[in-house]
Design a protein around this ligand. Structure first.
Ligand code: GLU
Length: 311
């Protein structure tokens, strides 16, 4: 049984790019007769707002994307479905990872990280240079109090096959370096939370934006450390504005507040379906009607799709 999910961060109103990812995830799960769940990724207490979670649910309902489990009221066996309520669970799994001896405490300041980082990535990503890494690993019995927890990554390729983009290879040592599982202030990292949640929620298929391809490699690494089976990954093109930047809250005309005032769910779904290659031409269609047209083969595996307005 396929179990898909949508895992939005409630840090703003959804835009067309979020909707495209939600729609493809929902269509793939429904086309396989599977279950679709909604998880609220509200790990960042400063930026996450309950009001945005409510709006996300309302926008999904309005579009016709229904979920079988999860959401703010947390129906389903794996409740709660809001990450802010799952700290005890993450703590248990972090203990399991710590027991491998491949984590270590890091007390680097931001300035120290910048000064000792490995060579720059072209996109400005910071690659941790290993300043706090112990001389030899595995190491046990370290004192993590007041420190971030980092996980060692080996200088070796992690390979997987993405449903849309095909074979992928990432060397985590070169691409990210040892990465954080828990920050010094106690905040859980996205990478740890997403793996624990997808595993415990029985997710078998992860559909999300192509900006998270590298994260998939980090996540597969954590699945293996925990002895868990990774899901199938299907990353999907990011929608970008005319300047080539991925859509954000600032692209007002493509945010749900504006879209709902100007278009019907069928118009929005039809336009996305044509843009993604699911329909040869634009036609008004509901998500439920689009299930019969859905196939991953129809979608072009470009990293981005440009769109400046819906009409
Ligand atoms: N919460 C993440 C976001 O909204 C998505 C994470 C995921 O799908 O794995 O960008």
């Amino acid at each position: 049984m396929t179990r898909g999910r949508f895992a939005p961060s409630p840090t703003g109103r959804m835009h067309l790019g979020n909707i495209a990812a939600a729609l493809l995830s929902w269509l793939s799960a429904r086309a396989q007769g599977g279950v679709w769940l909604l998880r609220i990724e509200d790990l960042d207490p400063q930026r996450s707002k309950r009001e945005y979670s409510r709006l996300i649910e309302d926008d999904l309902h309005w579009l016709g994307l229904d979920w079988d489990e999860g959401g703010l009221d947390g129906r389903g066996d794996a409740a709660p479905y809001s990450q802010s309520l799952r700290g005890d669970i993450y703590a248990r799994f972090l203990e399991r990872i710590n027991a491998t001896g491949y984590t270590y405490p890091c007390r680097c300041t931001r300035a120290e990280i910048m000064a000792t980082q490995a060579p720059h990535q072209s996109d400005g990503r910071i690659v941790y240079g290993g300043r706090c890494r112990p001389e030899s690993l595995p190491a046990h019995g370290a004192d993590f109090a007041g420190a971030s927890t980092r996980i060692y990554v080996p200088d070796r390729t992690i390979a997987f096959t993405d449903v849309l983009y095909g074979p992928q290879q990432f060397n985590l040592a070169r691409e990210v370096g040892d990465f954080i599982l828990r920050r010094a202030d106690g905040a859980w990292s996205y990478q740890l939370a997403v793996v624990v949640d997808d595993a415990l929620m029985g997710v078998t298929e992860v559909v999300r934006g192509s900006d998270l391809l590298l994260s998939a490699a980090q996540q597969i690494y954590l699945y293996r450390l925990l002895g868990l089976e990774p899901p199938r990954f299907a990353h999907v093109p990011l929608l970008c504005n005319a300047e080539g930047r991925r859509l954000s809250k600032r692209d007002g005309s493509l945010n749900m507040e504006h879209l709902r005032a100007s278009y019907t769910p069928g118009q929005i779904t039809g336009r996305l379906a044509a843009l993604l290659g699911l329909l040869p031409d634009y036609a008004e269609i509901t998500p439920a009607e689009l299930i019969a047209e859905f196939s991953w083969q129809k979608i072009t595996p470009s990293e981005t799709i440009t769109i400046s307005n819906l009409s």
